[in-house]
Design a binder for this molecule. Structure first.
Ligand code: ASC
Length: 151
């Protein structure tokens, strides 16, 4: 009985302390996963940017659909920056991601928050709202890239 209790406790402790990277079979998978999530997000964000910057006609429905994808995708990359995923496949991720984890998380949280606001702005169907929210969201992309993405 004692042994079972001890085992259960140990298993629970392991689960709670397991790094996010434990979701991935190997570092290469985590790197591919976060790059893929960021790539898909960038594609959909770029389609909104084209409308916001007048390179494509404003299509309120498309803007809303794209912004919803961005808001969902913005949640995904961060779990794939776990311990030990700084190498294992070609990556521009800088070491500071792992030495300044709290600051990196602040950047990620800002993007997620702005992406939610972008989706809300897109829902209004108003191009000026979309432009403002696009600019604010792009600012969070850039701030994180400036600090944590290598050349
Ligand atoms: C984009 C995109 C980014 C950001 C960044 C903002 O459209 O793919 O990574 O905007 O360029 O400065």
């Amino acid at each position: 009985m004692k042994a079972i209790a001890a085992f259960t406790l140990a298993a629970a402790a392991f689960t709670l302390s397991a790094p996010a990277s434990a979701q991935f079979a190997k570092p290469e998978d985590a790197i591919k996963y976060r790059q893929s999530a960021l790539f898909v997000m960038g594609q959909h964000f770029g389609r909104i940017g084209a409308m916001a910057n007048g390179r494509a006609p404003f299509d309120a429905k498309a803007a809303q659909d794209n912004a919803e994808v961005v808001a969902q995708m913005a949640k995904l990359p961060w779990a794939a920056f776990g311990a030990g995923t700084d190498k294992g496949a070609p990556t521009k991720a800088l070491p500071e991601i792992w030495t300044e984890q709290a600051k990196f998380k602040e950047h990620a949280d800002k993007l997620e928050a702005e992406a939610v606001k972008l989706a809300a702005a897109a829902k209004t169907g108003n191009l000026d709202n979309l432009k403002a929210a696009f600019g604010a969201t792009a600012g969070t992309c850039k701030a994180c890239h400036d600090n944590y993405r290598g050349k």
